[in-house]
Design a protein around this ligand. Structure first.
Ligand code: FAD
Ligand code: FES
Length: 334
Protein backbone atom coordinates (compact mmCIF):
# COMPACT_ATOMS: atom_id res chain seq x y z
CA UNK A 1 0.00 0.00 0.00
CA UNK A 2 1.29 3.49 -0.89
CA UNK A 3 1.33 6.07 1.90
CA UNK A 4 1.36 9.82 2.18
CA UNK A 5 3.08 10.95 5.38
CA UNK A 6 1.56 14.10 6.81
CA UNK A 7 2.58 15.43 10.27
CA UNK A 8 4.49 12.16 10.97
CA UNK A 9 1.30 10.15 10.32
CA UNK A 10 1.20 7.71 7.35
CA UNK A 11 -2.09 8.10 5.44
CA UNK A 12 -3.07 5.38 2.92
CA UNK A 13 -3.09 6.78 -0.61
CA UNK A 14 -5.60 5.12 -2.97
CA UNK A 15 -4.47 4.27 -6.53
CA UNK A 16 -4.71 7.39 -8.75
CA UNK A 17 -5.80 9.50 -5.79
CA UNK A 18 -4.40 13.04 -5.67
CA UNK A 19 -2.58 14.27 -2.58
CA UNK A 20 -5.33 16.88 -2.18
CA UNK A 21 -8.13 14.29 -2.19
CA UNK A 22 -6.20 12.06 0.23
CA UNK A 23 -5.64 14.94 2.68
CA UNK A 24 -9.28 16.07 2.44
CA UNK A 25 -10.46 12.45 2.95
CA UNK A 26 -8.45 12.39 6.17
CA UNK A 27 -9.91 15.65 7.43
CA UNK A 28 -6.98 17.98 6.66
CA UNK A 29 -8.37 21.47 5.91
CA UNK A 30 -6.11 22.23 2.94
CA UNK A 31 -7.32 25.27 0.96
CA UNK A 32 -8.32 24.49 -2.62
CA UNK A 33 -10.61 25.99 -5.24
CA UNK A 34 -10.51 24.66 -8.82
CA UNK A 35 -8.97 21.17 -8.52
CA UNK A 36 -7.76 21.80 -12.06
CA UNK A 37 -4.25 23.16 -11.58
CA UNK A 38 -5.35 26.73 -12.25
CA UNK A 39 -5.85 28.65 -9.01
CA UNK A 40 -2.74 27.45 -7.11
CA UNK A 41 -4.75 27.52 -3.87
CA UNK A 42 -3.72 23.94 -2.98
CA UNK A 43 0.03 24.49 -2.72
CA UNK A 44 1.89 21.97 -0.51
CA UNK A 45 5.55 21.26 0.14
CA UNK A 46 7.04 17.87 -0.77
CA UNK A 47 9.31 16.68 2.06
CA UNK A 48 12.20 14.26 1.37
CA UNK A 49 10.74 13.32 -2.02
CA UNK A 50 10.19 14.88 -5.44
CA UNK A 51 6.66 15.67 -6.54
CA UNK A 52 5.52 14.60 -10.02
CA UNK A 53 6.45 16.83 -12.94
CA UNK A 54 2.76 17.34 -13.74
CA UNK A 55 2.13 18.85 -10.30
CA UNK A 56 5.18 21.13 -10.46
CA UNK A 57 5.03 22.44 -14.01
CA UNK A 58 3.09 25.69 -13.26
CA UNK A 59 5.08 26.51 -10.12
CA UNK A 60 7.80 29.16 -10.33
CA UNK A 61 11.30 27.60 -10.36
CA UNK A 62 12.28 29.32 -7.06
CA UNK A 63 9.31 27.72 -5.29
CA UNK A 64 9.83 24.36 -7.05
CA UNK A 65 13.37 24.34 -5.70
CA UNK A 66 11.92 24.58 -2.18
CA UNK A 67 9.64 21.60 -2.80
CA UNK A 68 6.39 23.47 -3.55
CA UNK A 69 3.85 21.72 -5.76
CA UNK A 70 0.09 21.54 -6.46
CA UNK A 71 -1.66 18.94 -4.28
CA UNK A 72 -4.60 18.64 -6.71
CA UNK A 73 -2.27 17.52 -9.52
CA UNK A 74 0.07 15.28 -7.49
CA UNK A 75 -0.53 11.56 -7.92
CA UNK A 76 2.11 9.06 -6.80
CA UNK A 77 2.58 5.30 -6.84
CA UNK A 78 5.49 5.49 -4.36
CA UNK A 79 5.52 6.56 -0.70
CA UNK A 80 5.63 10.34 -0.32
CA UNK A 81 5.57 12.98 2.38
CA UNK A 82 4.04 16.48 2.36
CA UNK A 83 3.53 19.44 4.64
CA UNK A 84 1.42 22.59 4.50
CA UNK A 85 3.12 25.68 3.08
CA UNK A 86 4.21 28.62 5.20
CA UNK A 87 2.31 31.60 3.77
CA UNK A 88 5.07 33.95 4.85
CA UNK A 89 7.48 31.89 2.67
CA UNK A 90 6.01 33.21 -0.53
CA UNK A 91 2.89 35.32 -0.02
CA UNK A 92 2.65 39.11 0.05
CA UNK A 93 0.80 40.68 2.98
CA UNK A 94 -1.92 43.17 2.01
CA UNK A 95 -4.73 44.98 3.80
CA UNK A 96 -8.14 45.98 2.51
CA UNK A 97 -7.97 49.75 1.88
CA UNK A 98 -11.54 50.12 0.57
CA UNK A 99 -14.63 48.12 -0.39
CA UNK A 100 -17.00 49.68 -2.93
CA UNK A 101 -20.19 48.21 -4.35
CA UNK A 102 -19.86 48.37 -8.18
CA UNK A 103 -23.37 46.93 -8.59
CA UNK A 104 -25.64 44.86 -6.32
CA UNK A 105 -23.53 41.72 -6.93
CA UNK A 106 -19.97 43.00 -7.35
CA UNK A 107 -17.52 44.55 -4.89
CA UNK A 108 -14.43 46.50 -5.88
CA UNK A 109 -11.70 45.53 -3.41
CA UNK A 110 -8.71 47.86 -3.16
CA UNK A 111 -5.68 46.31 -1.47
CA UNK A 112 -2.76 48.14 0.04
CA UNK A 113 0.54 46.26 0.06
CA UNK A 114 2.21 46.40 3.47
CA UNK A 115 5.73 46.41 2.00
CA UNK A 116 5.53 47.57 -1.66
CA UNK A 117 9.01 46.13 -2.32
CA UNK A 118 7.65 42.65 -1.57
CA UNK A 119 4.94 42.87 -4.26
CA UNK A 120 5.41 40.43 -7.15
CA UNK A 121 5.67 41.80 -10.68
CA UNK A 122 2.61 41.08 -12.80
CA UNK A 123 0.80 42.31 -15.90
CA UNK A 124 -2.75 43.70 -15.55
CA UNK A 125 -5.17 40.90 -16.50
CA UNK A 126 -3.18 38.14 -14.80
CA UNK A 127 -4.60 36.67 -11.63
CA UNK A 128 -3.46 36.16 -8.05
CA UNK A 129 -4.49 33.82 -5.27
CA UNK A 130 -5.83 35.59 -2.20
CA UNK A 131 -5.99 33.87 1.20
CA UNK A 132 -8.41 35.43 3.67
CA UNK A 133 -8.10 35.47 7.50
CA UNK A 134 -10.11 32.19 7.64
CA UNK A 135 -7.48 30.48 5.45
CA UNK A 136 -9.74 30.26 2.36
CA UNK A 137 -7.75 30.80 -0.85
CA UNK A 138 -9.29 31.74 -4.23
CA UNK A 139 -8.07 33.08 -7.58
CA UNK A 140 -8.96 36.66 -8.58
CA UNK A 141 -8.03 38.63 -11.68
CA UNK A 142 -6.16 41.89 -11.27
CA UNK A 143 -7.91 44.91 -12.82
CA UNK A 144 -5.09 47.44 -12.59
CA UNK A 145 -1.33 47.95 -12.60
CA UNK A 146 0.27 48.11 -9.13
CA UNK A 147 3.42 49.64 -10.67
CA UNK A 148 1.32 52.62 -11.86
CA UNK A 149 -1.32 52.95 -9.10
CA UNK A 150 0.47 51.69 -5.98
CA UNK A 151 -2.49 49.48 -5.03
CA UNK A 152 -4.18 46.29 -6.28
CA UNK A 153 -7.77 46.35 -7.56
CA UNK A 154 -10.02 43.27 -7.66
CA UNK A 155 -13.70 42.92 -8.67
CA UNK A 156 -15.39 40.11 -6.77
CA UNK A 157 -18.91 38.80 -7.41
CA UNK A 158 -21.17 37.40 -4.68
CA UNK A 159 -22.05 33.69 -4.92
CA UNK A 160 -24.90 31.95 -3.12
CA UNK A 161 -22.96 29.67 -0.76
CA UNK A 162 -19.34 30.40 -1.58
CA UNK A 163 -16.86 30.34 1.30
CA UNK A 164 -14.62 33.24 0.28
CA UNK A 165 -17.43 35.48 -0.93
CA UNK A 166 -19.57 34.78 2.15
CA UNK A 167 -16.69 36.12 4.23
CA UNK A 168 -16.09 39.07 1.87
CA UNK A 169 -19.71 40.20 1.58
CA UNK A 170 -20.70 39.38 5.17
CA UNK A 171 -17.72 40.05 7.42
CA UNK A 172 -14.76 41.70 5.66
CA UNK A 173 -13.86 45.26 6.61
CA UNK A 174 -11.24 47.85 5.83
CA UNK A 175 -7.98 46.88 7.54
CA UNK A 176 -8.49 43.09 7.21
CA UNK A 177 -5.45 41.20 5.99
CA UNK A 178 -5.22 39.12 2.80
CA UNK A 179 -2.15 37.16 1.71
CA UNK A 180 -1.49 37.31 -2.04
CA UNK A 181 0.36 34.90 -4.28
CA UNK A 182 0.98 35.17 -7.97
CA UNK A 183 0.97 36.03 -10.70
CA UNK A 184 -0.61 33.39 -12.97
CA UNK A 185 -2.38 33.51 -16.34
CA UNK A 186 -1.73 34.43 -19.95
CA UNK A 187 -4.38 37.10 -20.43
CA UNK A 188 -2.36 40.29 -20.62
CA UNK A 189 -1.30 42.90 -23.16
CA UNK A 190 2.15 42.44 -24.63
CA UNK A 191 3.16 45.33 -26.85
CA UNK A 192 5.72 43.12 -28.68
CA UNK A 193 3.01 40.67 -29.78
CA UNK A 194 -0.17 42.74 -29.73
CA UNK A 195 1.15 46.19 -30.68
CA UNK A 196 0.16 46.13 -34.37
CA UNK A 197 -3.02 44.04 -34.06
CA UNK A 198 -6.62 45.12 -33.48
CA UNK A 199 -7.85 43.89 -30.09
CA UNK A 200 -11.16 42.21 -29.28
CA UNK A 201 -12.03 41.64 -25.61
CA UNK A 202 -15.21 40.03 -24.28
CA UNK A 203 -16.39 39.04 -20.84
CA UNK A 204 -19.41 38.49 -18.66
CA UNK A 205 -19.79 39.56 -15.01
CA UNK A 206 -16.45 40.08 -13.24
CA UNK A 207 -14.75 38.87 -16.42
CA UNK A 208 -14.56 42.65 -16.90
CA UNK A 209 -11.79 42.88 -14.25
CA UNK A 210 -8.94 41.38 -16.32
CA UNK A 211 -10.27 42.98 -19.52
CA UNK A 212 -10.23 46.42 -17.90
CA UNK A 213 -6.63 45.77 -16.83
CA UNK A 214 -5.68 44.80 -20.39
CA UNK A 215 -7.46 47.77 -22.04
CA UNK A 216 -5.92 50.28 -19.59
CA UNK A 217 -2.49 48.76 -20.17
CA UNK A 218 -2.90 48.85 -23.96
CA UNK A 219 -4.02 52.50 -23.91
CA UNK A 220 -1.17 53.42 -21.57
CA UNK A 221 1.24 51.80 -24.03
CA UNK A 222 -0.30 53.88 -26.85
CA UNK A 223 -1.85 50.93 -28.68
CA UNK A 224 -2.78 52.50 -32.02
CA UNK A 225 -5.04 49.83 -33.54
CA UNK A 226 -8.78 49.56 -32.86
CA UNK A 227 -9.86 48.06 -29.49
CA UNK A 228 -13.35 46.55 -29.02
CA UNK A 229 -14.48 45.71 -25.48
CA UNK A 230 -17.73 43.72 -25.06
CA UNK A 231 -19.20 43.34 -21.57
CA UNK A 232 -22.37 41.33 -21.07
CA UNK A 233 -24.94 40.81 -18.31
CA UNK A 234 -28.50 39.54 -18.05
CA UNK A 235 -29.84 43.04 -17.34
CA UNK A 236 -28.47 46.56 -16.93
CA UNK A 237 -28.09 45.97 -13.16
CA UNK A 238 -25.41 43.36 -13.87
CA UNK A 239 -23.16 45.72 -15.80
CA UNK A 240 -20.78 48.04 -13.95
CA UNK A 241 -18.33 50.88 -14.57
CA UNK A 242 -20.46 51.83 -17.60
CA UNK A 243 -19.98 55.61 -17.14
CA UNK A 244 -16.23 55.24 -16.70
CA UNK A 245 -15.92 53.04 -19.81
CA UNK A 246 -18.09 55.38 -21.90
CA UNK A 247 -15.86 58.24 -20.78
CA UNK A 248 -12.76 56.24 -21.74
CA UNK A 249 -14.26 55.62 -25.20
CA UNK A 250 -14.95 59.35 -25.65
CA UNK A 251 -11.34 60.15 -24.73
CA UNK A 252 -9.90 57.43 -27.02
CA UNK A 253 -11.73 57.33 -30.38
CA UNK A 254 -10.14 54.00 -31.37
CA UNK A 255 -11.50 52.32 -28.20
CA UNK A 256 -15.08 51.04 -28.57
CA UNK A 257 -17.08 49.94 -25.53
CA UNK A 258 -20.03 47.61 -26.25
CA UNK A 259 -22.21 46.98 -23.19
CA UNK A 260 -24.72 44.25 -23.94
CA UNK A 261 -27.73 42.87 -22.00
CA UNK A 262 -30.00 39.92 -22.60
CA UNK A 263 -33.15 41.63 -21.36
CA UNK A 264 -33.82 45.27 -22.14
CA UNK A 265 -36.60 47.19 -20.33
CA UNK A 266 -38.08 50.66 -20.73
CA UNK A 267 -35.20 52.06 -18.62
CA UNK A 268 -32.50 50.45 -20.76
CA UNK A 269 -30.38 53.17 -22.41
CA UNK A 270 -30.50 53.06 -26.21
CA UNK A 271 -26.71 52.73 -26.45
CA UNK A 272 -26.92 49.18 -25.08
CA UNK A 273 -27.02 46.23 -27.43
CA UNK A 274 -29.55 43.51 -26.64
CA UNK A 275 -29.21 39.76 -26.97
CA UNK A 276 -26.77 37.03 -25.93
CA UNK A 277 -23.29 38.54 -25.85
CA UNK A 278 -21.87 35.72 -28.00
CA UNK A 279 -24.48 36.28 -30.71
CA UNK A 280 -24.23 40.08 -30.69
CA UNK A 281 -20.44 39.94 -30.94
CA UNK A 282 -20.31 37.28 -33.64
CA UNK A 283 -22.85 39.25 -35.68
CA UNK A 284 -20.95 42.56 -35.22
CA UNK A 285 -17.71 40.88 -36.25
CA UNK A 286 -19.17 39.01 -39.24
CA UNK A 287 -17.28 41.19 -41.71
CA UNK A 288 -14.14 41.77 -39.62
CA UNK A 289 -10.91 40.00 -40.56
CA UNK A 290 -10.75 38.05 -37.31
CA UNK A 291 -7.48 36.40 -38.34
CA UNK A 292 -5.80 39.76 -37.74
CA UNK A 293 -7.24 40.21 -34.22
CA UNK A 294 -5.72 39.47 -30.81
CA UNK A 295 -8.62 38.19 -28.70
CA UNK A 296 -9.14 38.01 -24.91
CA UNK A 297 -12.08 36.12 -23.35
CA UNK A 298 -12.75 36.05 -19.58
CA UNK A 299 -15.55 35.00 -17.25
CA UNK A 300 -17.87 32.01 -16.92
CA UNK A 301 -16.26 28.86 -18.41
CA UNK A 302 -19.24 28.00 -20.67
CA UNK A 303 -19.20 31.50 -22.16
CA UNK A 304 -15.41 31.53 -22.67
CA UNK A 305 -15.19 28.09 -24.30
CA UNK A 306 -18.32 28.60 -26.43
CA UNK A 307 -17.20 31.96 -27.79
CA UNK A 308 -13.65 30.76 -28.37
CA UNK A 309 -15.01 28.03 -30.66
CA UNK A 310 -17.35 30.41 -32.51
CA UNK A 311 -14.58 32.95 -33.16
CA UNK A 312 -12.19 30.26 -34.30
CA UNK A 313 -14.79 28.95 -36.75
CA UNK A 314 -15.26 32.53 -37.95
CA UNK A 315 -11.56 32.86 -38.82
CA UNK A 316 -9.74 33.87 -35.61
CA UNK A 317 -6.36 32.19 -35.13
CA UNK A 318 -6.34 29.91 -32.10
CA UNK A 319 -2.86 31.09 -31.02
CA UNK A 320 -4.22 34.66 -30.91
CA UNK A 321 -7.11 33.81 -28.55
CA UNK A 322 -6.26 34.16 -24.83
CA UNK A 323 -8.77 32.81 -22.33
CA UNK A 324 -9.21 32.94 -18.56
CA UNK A 325 -12.24 30.86 -17.65
CA UNK A 326 -13.16 31.56 -14.00
CA UNK A 327 -13.31 27.85 -13.25
CA UNK A 328 -15.47 27.41 -10.18
CA UNK A 329 -14.61 25.08 -7.36
CA UNK A 330 -15.51 21.46 -7.98
CA UNK A 331 -18.01 20.73 -5.24
CA UNK A 332 -16.95 17.50 -3.55
CA UNK A 333 -19.71 15.12 -2.61
CA UNK A 334 -19.64 14.41 1.13
C1 FAD B 1 -8.38 32.18 -13.17
C2 FAD B 1 -9.52 32.61 -12.31
C3 FAD B 1 -9.78 33.96 -12.14
C4 FAD B 1 -10.88 34.36 -11.38
N1 FAD B 1 -11.14 35.70 -11.28
C5 FAD B 1 -12.23 36.11 -10.60
C6 FAD B 1 -12.55 37.51 -10.50
O1 FAD B 1 -11.80 38.40 -10.97
N2 FAD B 1 -13.68 37.85 -9.85
C7 FAD B 1 -14.53 36.91 -9.28
O2 FAD B 1 -15.56 37.29 -8.70
N3 FAD B 1 -14.23 35.58 -9.36
C8 FAD B 1 -13.11 35.16 -9.97
N4 FAD B 1 -12.81 33.83 -10.04
C9 FAD B 1 -13.65 32.86 -9.27
C10 FAD B 1 -13.15 32.82 -7.83
O3 FAD B 1 -11.86 32.21 -7.79
C11 FAD B 1 -14.05 31.96 -6.91
O4 FAD B 1 -14.31 30.72 -7.54
C12 FAD B 1 -15.38 32.63 -6.60
O5 FAD B 1 -15.18 33.90 -5.96
C13 FAD B 1 -16.21 31.74 -5.64
O6 FAD B 1 -15.45 31.49 -4.49
P1 FAD B 1 -16.19 31.12 -3.13
O7 FAD B 1 -15.16 30.66 -2.16
O8 FAD B 1 -17.07 32.23 -2.67
O9 FAD B 1 -17.11 29.92 -3.57
P2 FAD B 1 -16.82 28.33 -3.36
O10 FAD B 1 -16.89 28.02 -1.92
O11 FAD B 1 -15.56 28.01 -4.05
O12 FAD B 1 -18.05 27.77 -4.11
C14 FAD B 1 -18.16 27.94 -5.57
C15 FAD B 1 -19.58 27.77 -5.99
O13 FAD B 1 -20.06 26.50 -5.56
C16 FAD B 1 -21.25 26.68 -4.82
N5 FAD B 1 -21.17 25.73 -3.69
C17 FAD B 1 -20.30 25.75 -2.67
N6 FAD B 1 -20.52 24.71 -1.84
C18 FAD B 1 -21.58 24.03 -2.36
C19 FAD B 1 -22.31 22.87 -1.99
N7 FAD B 1 -22.00 22.17 -0.90
N8 FAD B 1 -23.34 22.45 -2.79
C20 FAD B 1 -23.66 23.15 -3.89
N9 FAD B 1 -23.02 24.26 -4.29
C21 FAD B 1 -22.00 24.70 -3.55
C22 FAD B 1 -21.26 28.13 -4.32
O14 FAD B 1 -22.57 28.66 -4.25
C23 FAD B 1 -20.49 28.83 -5.39
O15 FAD B 1 -21.34 29.30 -6.41
C24 FAD B 1 -11.71 33.40 -10.76
C25 FAD B 1 -11.41 32.04 -10.90
C26 FAD B 1 -10.33 31.65 -11.64
C27 FAD B 1 -10.01 30.18 -11.75
S1 FES C 1 -4.65 24.48 -8.46
FE1 FES C 1 -5.17 22.93 -7.04
S2 FES C 1 -7.11 23.49 -6.34
FE2 FES C 1 -6.71 24.97 -7.88
Amino acid sequence: MTTLTYKQKPLPLKPHETVLDCLLRHGVALPYACKAGMCQACLVKAVGCTASEESRKWIKPALQARGYTLACQWVSDTDISAELPELADFAVASTIASLRQLNAQVLQVILEIADPRSMFAYRPGQYLTATNPLGVARAYSIANDFAVDGFVELHIAATSHGEFTRWLFGMAKVGDQLYLRGPTGNCFYDVRDDGDQPLLLAGTGTGLAPLLGIVSDALRQKHAQVIHLYHGGRSVDQLYLTDELQELARANPHFHYHPCVMEADSKTPLTLQTGRLEQVLVQDMAKAKLATYRIYLCGAPAFVHGLRKKLYLQGARSEHIHCDPFTERTVVAD
